[in-house]
Every structure is written in C-alpha cells, then in structure tokens.
Design a binder for this molecule. Structure first.
Ligand SMILES: O=C[C@H](O)[C@H](O)[C@H](O)COP(=O)(O)O
Length: 232
C-alpha cells in the first residue's frame, strides 16, 4: 500500500472506531470513506459492533455497504443521525471544506449536516490555508440550466468548466441525474457568503462548500514510515 493509501486507511480505521453499537451512521463517499466503511463492515462481521444502520450518501456507498452487510435506511426511516463519516477535497483551519470531487456533495451535505457529529477523514495533503487554493469548487446543476448558471458563476468572479467524464464520453452525470460545473475562484474571502450566493442561482442544486458543518477532522499522516492520525 502506498503512503497516501496508508494515511487513508489509518483515518478510516480511526473514524470507524468512533461508531458505537445501535448508532445511525451517515456513510460518505470517496476513497478515504471507503476505508472507513470497510472498517465498519469488519467490526460488524467480528461482532464488535451491533445493530447499526447506515444512511448512504451515494450509489458508491450503497453498493459497498450491501457487499459488507451493513443495513441501510433512508432519511424517512430515522429520527436522527448519530454520526457521519465523510472525506473532503480541502480542509481549512476553521474546518470548512470543499467537497464534491466524486460529484456526491449534494447528498453528502444533506446527510453530514443532519448528523449530531460529523467526522471528516482526510490525508494530510488535503489541509490548506485557504479554500480554493488547490481544488476547483464543484457545483451540481440541472442540465437545462447549464448555460445561465455558467454565466452567473462567471459574474460571481469564477472560471466555470463543465466536468467531463474520464472514461465516459460526455459530461459527468450525478447520482441525481444532474451535471457538475467545477469553478476556479482565485480568492474565496468569505466561504459562507459564496456558499449562499451560489445556491441562490436558479438551477443550482448544491455546491461543494461545507461551512460550519464539520465537528472533527481526522488527518492521516505517515511519519518515519509509520501511519499516524491527528485530530483537528
Ligand atoms: O464527491 C465526493 C466526496 O465529496 C468525497 O468525499 C471527496 O471528493 C473526497 O474523496 P477522496 O477521499 O477520494 O479524496
């Protein structure tokens, strides 16, 4: 396993240890969260953890949870979510995030913000001084609104680009059947304000700024060849 995957596994394992029997658990999306979901599955299989229910944030989380035998429920079936575990593409010193590298941020924001405790799992490469410095901001958009939303994002000072598939010909389609515009902002002085302004554009479903949502950030590192986890 390479160093980045060792970091992801270390934080995934650490987050899974915070799940207790009987909890309703928000199950995030992405390669780091996959490590956490696998660790939860292992704890269930060994009998160390019992009676949990997962609320998935994507098709990826549904498929993996089914493979591992993690029982899933919808938001209609639970009173509350005790804990959510999810990755991020950038984390700033205030624990604000950019998410959506896997185009799953709309369901993720819903589930993560409902959780009583939201734990973010990242490798140390995701920590930034300012949001937007390494990652474009994903915005989920209804297909019929692509042109006016692109203009509105440009008017907000961004450089928007429709996300294209890597193996798929044509644009990336989200789990909800929408498209994603990735936006470069040279500066995001006020993430909370930008989050609201973008979500106020008609045709936008959700953007990847998560402001004031994260409670705990677990950061994976490899020091002297040994994986370690610190908490922010
Ligand atoms: O849409 C995807 C999610 O927001 C992911 O949690 C995020 O992109 C981080 O993914 P990874 O752990 O694979 O870097």
């Amino acid at each position: 396993m390479d160093a980045v995957n060792q970091m992801k596994k270390a934080v995934g394992d650490a987050a899974a240890q915070r799940v207790k029997s009987g909890m309703v658990v928000g199950l995030g999306t992405g390669s780091t969260t996959v490590m956490a979901i696998k660790a939860i599955g292992e704890r269930l299989a060994s009998g160390d953890l019992k009676d949990i229910k997962g609320v998935p944030t994507s098709f990826q989380a549904i498929v993996l949870s089914r493979e591992l035998g993690i029982p899933l429920v919808s938001l209609d079936e639970v009173e509350k979510i005790d804990i959510a575990i999810d990755g991020a593409d950038e984390v700033d010193p205030q624990k604000n995030l950019i998410k959506g590298g896997g185009a799953a941020h709309t369901q993720e924001k819903l589930v993560d913000s409902l959780a009583e405790e939201f734990i973010v799992v990242v490798d140390s490469g995701k920590i930034v001084d300012k949001l937007g410095s390494t990652f474009l901001l994903p915005v989920e958009v209804m297909p019929m609104a692509i042109t006016p939303v692109t203009r509105a994002l440009t008017a907000l000072g961004g450089q928007p680009e429709l996300r294209m598939g890597v193996k798929k010909a044509g644009p990336v389609v989200t789990d909800q059947g929408n498209l994603v515009i990735d936006v470069k902002f040279n500066d995001i002085p006020n993430p909370a304000e930008l989050e609201m302004k973008i979500n106020n554009i008609p045709g936008v479903l959700e953007n990847g700024l998560f402001v004031g949502v994260a409670d705990i950030v677990l950061i994976g590192d490899v020091i002297d060849g040994q994986p370690s986890v610190r908490e922010m």
